[in-house]
Design a protein around this ligand. Structure first.
Ligand code: TRP
Ligand code: SF4
Length: 340
């Protein structure tokens, strides 16, 4: 048996989410469950990107604080462990703004205009005026979030890959201009692509808050069962006597992610032979979901508001210490007066 790694000898990772409100099973399976596992191998920094919420929702800021609290509770409920990981809030670490400002000085406008989500989001969220400087600068604030902690890896889903690529390019440009005693100050982090299973929402589309088809991490058992009952199934199975195909059914996709091989076998056999009804099949899927949700909800219930506050303050202190070290080196390399 090898010695367990001490925190400082482990490779470091950083990731975060915007405070969009209560998280759902898609967020859990697509990110959080993976982060929880990474805690065993890496020195971890996980944060809530509350300033990022302003890039699209600057006009109504009333939800940021309550949403931050919910996301933090979901982090803890999922099993992120404040004793091992620094769990922090972006706005409690002013270095994020400082580095973003400095990186803005060296980043060509074209790099930001070419980020694929820039035009896409402007079109998708056409009800909001996203022609702001802050929205264009979103990837640069994200680059600053990352580079401040000099992580080896950034665990993200595919949708964020282009942002990490830009982060690498910005770091490279910075390192070309500025060095400290001949050394690079901002190492380029690598993407750690999160394997995310296909998780359908109740309407069969990808589970997503914007589609209103989610099962939340806080949904109690009756709610989970109710949502499953309304879930769409294989459209070929109109009557109970019609055979179906779990590979063409969103409920089948849920089984693939959450059910045991034994249940899966019963689903395949029963669906294809019309031996089971969809109602029964859905109740098995609900059973499996509830088994996943119970420990999450039990953990969530153990944290008070004061705990959340303390954990965020403590994690943010740790983050500030590390971010402060990086900023000292950044300022020294740039031959600027240190910000503190
Ligand atoms: N852009 C990310 C998202 O929307 C959130 C985020 C902000 C982030 N800063 C980050 C993720 C730094 C990883 C690292 O999901
Ligand atoms: Fe889908 Fe299950 Fe119905 Fe088959 S039996 S169509 S897998 S819900």
């Amino acid at each position: 048996m090898s010695e367990p790694a001490t925190p400082s000898s482990r490779p470091r990772i950083l990731s975060g989410m915007r405070p969009t409100g209560k998280l759902h099973l898609g967020n859990y399976m697509g990110a959080l469950a993976n982060w929880v596992k990474l805690q065993d191998q890496y020195e971890c920094y996980f944060f809530i990107a509350d300033w990022h919420a302003l890039t699209t929702d600057y006009a109504d800021t009333s939800k940021i604080i309550p949403n931050t609290k919910e996301v933090m509770l979901d982090y803890l409920a999922a099993g992120l462990d404040p004793a091992r990981s620094a769990l922090f809030l972006q706005s409690k670490v002013p270095q994020h703004a400082e580095l973003a400002l400095l990186l803005g000085m060296i980043t060509p406008l074209g790099w930001l205009e070419r980020v694929p989500t820039y035009k896409e989001q402007q079109e998708n969220l056409s009800s909001k005026d996203l022609t702001t400087y802050g929205f264009l600068g979103y990837p640069l604030l994200m680059a600053s979030d990352i580079l401040l902690y000099r992580p080896d890896f950034v665990p993200v889903g595919q949708d964020q890959q282009a942002h990490v690529e830009l982060t690498r390019e910005v770091a490279r440009r910075f390192n070309q201009f500025y060095k400290l005693d001949g050394q690079e100050v901002l190492p380029e982090p690598k993407v750690l692509l999160t394997p995310s299973p296909k998780l359908p929402g109740t309407d069969g589309r990808k589970m997503s808050k914007s589609y209103g088809n989610t099962i939340q991490m806080t949904d109690p058992e009756p709610e989970v069962r109710k949502k499953l009952k309304t879930m769409v199934t294989d459209p070929a199975r109109i009557r109970r006597s019609d055979p179906g195909d779990p590979d063409k059914c969103p409920v089948g996709d849920l089984h693939k992610v959450f059910s045991t091989p034994e249940t899966m076998a019963k689903v395949y056999e029963g669906c294809r032979s019309a031996g089971i009804g969809c109602i029964e099949c859905k109740s098995w899927a609900a059973d499996a979901l509830v088994q996943v949700l119970i420990p999450i909800q039990e953990r969530r219930a153990r944290y008070t508001d004061a705990d959340v506050e303390d954990i965020l303050n403590d994690g943010s202190d740790r983050a500030r210490a590390r971010a402060g070290q990086t900023m000292q080196q950044v300022c020294a390399a740039m031959q600027l007066t240190s910000t503190r």
